[in-house]
Design a protein around this ligand. Structure first.
Ligand code: DP6
Length: 341
């Protein structure tokens, strides 16, 4: 895999990464510390809402300083970043603390997970700042440790994240994302309908743990997800977006069914979600290929042909309001920005 760009010699680096939306979901960890998933997953990286992160080494500083959208990070957000920097420091054999400055362009509370773009950008900028010379595969493995889905944002377009097999050590080595080939004629868009911009009641981390520990449906979903993955790869290669959407929708609904069966239930979908799902069904009845997927929240992402995206967006605006719909095309993988001169 190519390197995102040669690491700079200055001890400072800036990287950009975009969010991704899973078409085959990651839900459940085999190992929490190593962030090893139970199942393979597959996503599309978006061309909107980039995260830009600068990591600057601070020799002599007694701690890391983290700024998120201009505000000093505290608590859990700060802990996750410093734990991740500790991992980079261990791997690079260096001990300096760092100043991390992150700007997320996802509209505040848009309900799109920013941990994927956030940790992909942090891994890319952090590895460069600490002079850790990693190719894209190794960057993906590193980003995974910050947030599982971040492993996929290292790559643009469609990406498959391998769960890894064998012992924990072997799985750690084998769990990374890689680009997935798709037919040249495939021209997809994801139309995002934000039905609720509020913070979620249960973090995805806690919710996936509870699902794995208590849902009697989990193993059935995991087994069917493996079949979904094989079939969606074939559909991507064949350029069959209708089938890609069908598989993505059933995989997401299966994941949510699994959560609903957890004890106590994890329910992210709201009445407004179901209203949007009804619109999607109506679009299909009108002959438009449109399929929905939902993550750890009530918002809906609709996969369709780029040529139909405006029409799909109009239909969704009717359900959630004019300001709450965004159209995304496939976007690039994480990359370093040239150092300022
Ligand atoms: C529902 O990657 O946010 O969006 O690894 O605990 O940080 P952690 O979880 P995270 O989970 C994403 C879950 C999902 C499905 C997906 O993106 O595959």
């Amino acid at each position: 895999m190519p390197r995102p760009q040669a690491p700079p010699a200055t001890g400072a680096a800036t990287a950009v990464a975009h969010p991704n939306i899973a078409l085959i979901k990651y839900w459940g960890k085999r190992d929490e510390e190593l962030v090893l998933p139970r199942t393979d997953s597959l996503s599309m990286t978006l061309g909107i809402f980039p995260t830009t992160t600068t990591v600057t080494l601070a020799p002599g500083a007694g701690h890391d300083t983290v700024t998120l959208n201009g505000h000093s990070a505290q608590g859990e957000a700060l802990r996750r970043v410093t734990t991740f920097l500790d991992l980079i420091r261990r791997q690079s054999g260096r001990s300096e603390h760092a100043v991390v400055d992150t700007v997320n362009t996802v509209p505040t509370g848009a309900g799109l997970a920013s941990s994927a773009s956030g940790f992909a950008a942090l891994a890319t900028a952090g590895a460069a700042a600490y002079q850790l010379d990693l190719d894209a595969t190794h960057l993906s493995r590193l980003a995974r440790r910050g947030s599982g889905s971040a492993s996929r944002s290292v790559f643009g377009g469609f990406a498959l994240w391998h769960a890894g097999t064998g012992t924990l050590t072997q799985a750690d080595l084998g769990s990374y994302a890689e680009p997935v080939p798709a037919a040249a004629g495939l021209d997809p868009a994801l139309v995002i309908a934000v039905v609720n911009a509020g913070a979620k009641a249960v973090s995805s981390r806690a919710a996936m743990r509870r699902t794995l520990d208590t849902s009697p449906l989990y193993e059935a979903w995991a087994a069917s997800s493996a079949g979904d993955l094989t079939q969606i790869r074939a559909a991507l290669l064949a350029g069959d977006l209708d089938t890609v959407g069908e598989i993505a929708e059933r995989n997401a609904l299966g994941m949510h069914a699994t959560m609903l069966a957890a004890r106590p239930a994890v329910r992210y979908l709201s009445p407004a979600t179901v209203t949007v799902l009804d619109r999607v069904l109506r679009l299909r009845q009108d002959g438009i290929s449109a399929h929905a997927t939902m993550d750890a929240g009530p918002n809906v992402k609709v996969l369709c042909h780029a040529a139909d995206a405006d029409q799909v967006a109009d239909a969704l605006r009717g359900a959630v309001g004019p300001g709450a719909v965004h159209i995304a095309r496939p976007g690039p993988g994480a990359h370093l920005l040239p150092a300022a001169t």
